[in-house]
Ligand binder design. Structure first.
Ligand code: SF4
Length: 380
C-alpha cells in the first residue's frame, strides 16, 4: 500500500509529462494572446509553485497571485496578543500547532518568547493531544488555540465533543477557524479587483484539502456570479499544471466553470459527516478580522452556546492593547495579492524564517517563506 502511494505521487512529478503539459499550456497561451492571472488561494499551492519552479516554467504565460490560504498568515495580530495574554497566566497551559507559536504579536514577542520567560506553552501535532494534557494536569487550565480552514475544523469539533462526553472541566478552546468561500468572495468584491483593477484575477486554483471537506459545490457561485473559472487541484507539479491547462482552456473558450481536478479525494458535496459535525459544534461569527483583508462578515466560526463551557473567549476575560503591526511589514498587501514578498524592504535581510517579522515569513505555507526558500537567489 505504502509503495503504491509513493509511486502515485512520484508519477505526478514525472519530468517528461511536466514538460509535455507545459508545452500544451504555452501553445494555448499563444492563442489567448495575453498573460493569464491566476490566484492560487491555498498556501500549499504557493509552496508547490515555488518549489517546482512552475512560475518560472510558465513565465509570461501565467502570473500567479498568491492568495490568503495560509491560516497562520491571515491570523490578525490581536488574536496572537490574546494567545500571549492567556499563556502568561500562571494556571494556564497554552497549546497550539508549531508555526503559530512563532508568530510575533504587538510587542514583537511570540508564544515561544513568552515560553522562554516561563509560560507553559506547548506545541501539539494533533489537537486531541490537549485532551491528554488536560487529564494529566487537573490543577491547570489547558487552552487549545485552534487555527485553520475547513480542513482542521472537524478535528477541533471532535476535541470539544470528546471533552464534553468525558466530563473534562479544564479544557478550553479559542476558535480561530476561518471559512474559505467567504474570503474568496471578499477578495472578488475588493475595490482593488472590482474597481481599481490593481489586481487582475482571471481565475482561481481551488484549494485541494479544504475541498475534500466542503466539496466543489460552494465554488459554483464564484464561477457564475463573478465569471471566474475555478479548478480544484492537488499539490504535485502535474496537478497544478493540469489546473492551469483547464483554466486556460476555459478562458480561451470564454467560459467560467468549476472543474474538479482532484477527483481522487474531492466530490461535489464533500464530506457530509465532517460538515454535520462542524455544524453541531460551531456557528458562524457575524464578523472576523483577517490579517491583510480586514473584517469579513460571516467568515469564521465560534463555538455554539451548547458547548460554551469550553469556549475560552467566554470563560476568560482579557484586556488587549491596540495591535501594532511592524511599520515596514507588508504582509497585508502580500496576502491581498497587491504586492510580492520581494517588494518588501525587509525581505531576506531583516526578516528571515529564523527571525520572522511578519506572519507570511513564519509559516512554511506563507508566500514570504516560500520566496525565501526557493527564489531568494533571484533577488540577491
Ligand atoms: S518579508 Fe517579512 S516583513 Fe516583509 S512582508 Fe514578508 S513577513 Fe512581512
Amino acid at each position: 500500500m505504502r509503495v503504491e502511494e509513493i509511486s502515485i505521487f512520484e508519477a505526478y512529478k514525472d519530468k517528461e509529462r511536466v514538460l509535455k503539459l507545459s508545452e500544451k499550456i504555452k501553445k494555448l497561451s499563444e492563442k489567448i494572446g495575453r498573460t493569464v492571472n491566476i490566484m492560487e488561494f491555498c498556501g500549499g499551492h504557493t509552496h508547490a509553485i515555488m518549489k517546482y519552479g512552475i512560475d518560472q516554467l510558465l513565465k509570461g504565460v501565467v502570473r500567479f497571485i498568491h492568495g490568503p490560504g495560509c491560516p497562520v498568515c491571515v491570523m490578525p495580530m490581536q488574536r496572537i496578543d490574546l494567545a500571549i495574554e492567556l499563556a502568561k497566566r500562571k494556571d494556564v497551559i497554552m497549546c497550539s500547532y508549531g508555526d503559530l507559536l512563532r508568530v510575533p504579536g504587538s510587542k514583537r514577542k511570540s508564544l515561544l518568547n513568552v515560553r522562554a520567560e516561563g509560560a507553559d506553552v506547548r506545541m501539539v501535532y494533533s489537537c486531541l493531544d490537549t485532551l491528554k494534557i488536560a487529564k494529566e494536569n487537573p490543577d491547570k487550565k489547558v487552552i487549545f488555540f485552534a487555527i485553520g480552514f475547513e480542513t482542521t475544523t472537524p478535528q477541533t469539533a471532535v476535541l470539544i465533543k470528546k471533552a464534553k462526553e468525558e466530563g473534562i472541566k479544564n479544557l478550553f478552546v479559542v476558535s480561530n477557524h476561518v471559512i474559505t468561500p467567504a474570503a474568496i468572495q471578499h477578495i472578488l468584491n475588493a475595490p482593488e479587483i472590482r474597481e481599481i483593477g490593481k489586481v487582475e484575477i482571471d481565475a482561481f486554483i481551488g484549494p485541494g484539502h479544504v475541498s475534500v471537506i466542503i466539496g466543489t459545490k460552494p465554488y459554483h457561485y464564484f464561477a457564475e456570479e463573478f465569471q471566474k473559472p475555478v479548478v480544484i487541484a492537488g499539490f504535485e507539479p502535474l496537478n497544478v499544471l493540469k489546473a492551469v491547462y483547464l483554466i486556460l482552456k476555459q478562458i480561451y473558450k470564454g467560459r467560467a466553470e468549476v472543474k474538479n481536478n482532484y477527483t481522487r479525494f474531492v466530490t461535489y458535496k464533500g464530506n457530509l459527516k465532517a460538515q454535520n459535525l462542524v455544524a453541531e459544534l460551531f456557528e458562524l461569527r457575524k464578523e472576523f478580522e483577517w490579517r491583510g483583508l480586514g473584517t469579513i462578515p460571516y467568515s469564521a466560526l465560534k463555538i455554539r452556546k451548547e458547548y460554551e463551557e469550553f469556549d475560552a473567549e467566554k470563560v476568560f476575560e482579557v484586556e488587549l492593547p491596540e495591535p501594532k503591526e511592524h511599520p515596514a511589514c507588508i504582509c497585508g498587501k502580500v496576502i491581498r495579492g497587491v504586492a510580492r514578498p520581494t517588494d518588501c524592504k525587509l525581505f531576506g535581510t531583516v526578516c528571515t524564517p529564523s527571525n520572522p517579522l511578519g506572519s507570511c515569513m513564519v509559516s512554511s505555507e506563507g508566500a514570504c517563506a516560500a520566496y525565501y526558500k526557493y527564489r531568494r537567489a533571484l533577488v540577491q
